[in-house]
Write a protein that binds this ligand. Structure first.
Ligand code: NDP
Length: 263
């Protein structure tokens, strides 16, 4: 039996085991996917090999640590410098980032976009900013503090803190902060958010499985919106495709994975 797992801290909330095990069961793949609580990201590689895994996903806060510990990094993960999917290939640890492509798939339903405002400057914001730029959409980054903006400024993005920001029209407002995940906070001050929403065309929160204060405000504004479920599904389909070595097509993977959302 091939073994897979997701590494993170915290990890008990993760839907990934349900998603991936549904795919294995439906496609008759002899494999099992578990959760691994890991507090020390530096031990990721060691634990991966000790558990005899064939592949893994990596979530908050270990995506940068995973990037550092791969034998080889492929695709967009190179530029993002963060890895959320690991695959064992001839004994070597190969790293990918499926969050970025998953997000681009999830926002197709908003139609053609010229620009976007990313709230937050963490690992997810990095992934999305690079993916948006590669997709021909100009991202700007807005964060509450300066330190994490350095990466974006070095990459040549328009990036600032609340203090330096002036509201402007955007095709899409994207919340990548963890505000609202375990608290009742908005990602930016309410007045600023209201002004932005009055100028913009749509919004997405990458948090899934709950109505965040951000999503509540979008609903009130009447703008088209979605939560992070479509992104979660799309990144999972791409990860599963890699785990199954391209032997099944993505549509065959997506059907059982999507069904697992209603379990
Ligand atoms: P990080 O910890 O790397 O970054 C968090 C960011 O949020 C930082 O910019 C931080 O600002 C900001 N922030 C945190 N709390 C607040 C607050 N109360 N108000 C304003 N800003 C705040 O996290 P990640 O980028 O890895 O993940 C972010 C979110 O994305 C998580 O909720 C995660 O669950 C979700 N996610 C969803 C995915 C999906 O498939 N749907 C995939 C990947 C992630 P500062 O720099 O000032 O500290």
């Amino acid at each position: 039996m091939r073994l897979f797992s997701i590494f993170g801290d915290p990890i008990s909330h993760s839907r990934s085991p349900l998603m991936h095990n549904s795919v294995f069961k439906t496609l008759n793949v002899c494999a099992c996917y578990s959760r691994t609580h890991l507090s020390d990201g530096a031990k990721l590689r060691e634990v991966f090999y000790a558990k005899g895994l064939s592949g893994a996903n990596v979530t908050v806060p270990h995506k940068e640590a995973a990037y550092e510990q791969c034998d080889e990094v492929r695709g967009i993960a190179h530029t993002i410098k963060a890895v959320n999917t690991l695959v064992l290939e001839e004994g070597k640890l190969i790293g990918y980032n499926t969050d970025a492509d998953g997000f681009m798939r999830a926002i197709e339903s908003f139609g053609p976009l010229q620009n976007a405002l990313i709230l937050g400057a963490g690992g997810t914001a990095r992934a999305l900013s690079i993916a948006l730029r590669q997709g021909g959409i100009t991202p700007s980054i807005l964060n509450r503090s300066h330190k994490r903006l350095e990466y974006f400024l070095t990459e040549g993005f328009d990036a600032c803190t609340w203090d330096d920001f002036t509201a402007a029209p955007y095709d899409l407002i994207i919340n990548t902060t963890s505000a609202g995940l375990n608290d009742n906070e908005l990602p930016i001050p309410r007045l600023l958010l209201t002004e932005l929403l009055s100028l913009s065309k749509g919004a997405i929160d990458v948090i899934y499985g709950k109505e965040t204060p951000f999503l509540r405000e979008i609903k009130i504004s009447g703008l088209p919106y979605k939560d992070g479920s479509d992104m979660l599904l799309a990144q999972g389909v791409l990860a599963s495709y890699l785990f199954l070595e391209g032997k099944f097509d993505k549509d065959a993977i997506e059907i059982p994975m999507k069904q697992s959302f209603s379990l």
